[in-house]
Design a protein. Structure first.
Ligand code: ITT
Length: 184
């Protein structure tokens, strides 16, 4: 099966392609920043992205991800992109000084083909490292240490990140849901 993944982020494409491949789902990339509504829920953002991305006769996939920091009462969450672009990793590390370092990464992934819609969520808990470490991955990877590891995502090879990650979990769950919708 072929799906079109609509995202502006090439690093997401690498990860989503790698995970879907295990389910024999091939990914075409449509490079586009979809408009995002003002909402504090990733689910709402994904519903809006799906509505814009939908094309007759085509299977489309979108996703939205966010980092939720316990020490900042869930911030930046849906604003993760804006905060990364403005404060950057050093700004986040500064804000967290003296605060609890627990964090959750969450991805909501959506699929639509015709009238069939499937949504899947993936989360990973972890902590924010005292300083950036590693050069792989993208975004917040150098400061996020998933529970069960002592290394940041940026210190892992891609497939290892996929095993733990919010996106790996969401895309595997979505692939299973797409598979079961095929049989309907
Ligand atoms: P879209 O076009 O798909 O929306 P985006 O990069 O704007 O691409 P998000 O809003 O989902 O995507 O991402 C929010 C921020 O979180 C952004 O700064 C990403 O770099 C970062 N991010 C998302 N997934 C990540 C991951 O797996 N590891 C590290 N940072 C991640």
């Amino acid at each position: 099966m072929d799906v079109t993944f609509v995202t502006s982020n090439p690093d997401k494409v690498v990860e989503v392609r790698r995970v879907f491949r295990e389910y024999d789902i091939q990914v075409r990339w449509s490079r586009r920043a979809l408009p995002e509504p003002q909402s504090d829920r990733l689910q709402d953002v994904v519903a809006a992205k799906l509505a814009t991305a939908a094309r007759p006769g085509r299977a489309v996939v979108v996703e939205d991800s966010g980092l939720f920091l316990d020490g900042l009462r869930g911030f930046p969450g849906v604003y993760s992109r804006y905060v990364y672009d403005t404060l950057g990793l050093e700004g986040i590390l500064e804000l967290l000084q003296g605060k609890p370092r627990r964090a959750t990464f969450r991805t909501v992934a959506g699929f639509r083909r015709g009238r069939t819609t499937r949504i899947a969520v993936g989360t990973v808990q972890g902590t924010i490292a005292p300083r950036r470490k590693g050069h792989n991955g993208f975004g917040y990877d150098p400061i996020f240490v998933p529970r069960g590891s002592t290394r940041t995502f940026a210190e892992m090879e891609g497939p290892e990140k996929d095993r733990y990650s919010h996106r790996g979990r969401a895309i595997r769950a979505l692939a299973r849901k797409i598979g079961s919708s095929e049989k309907e």
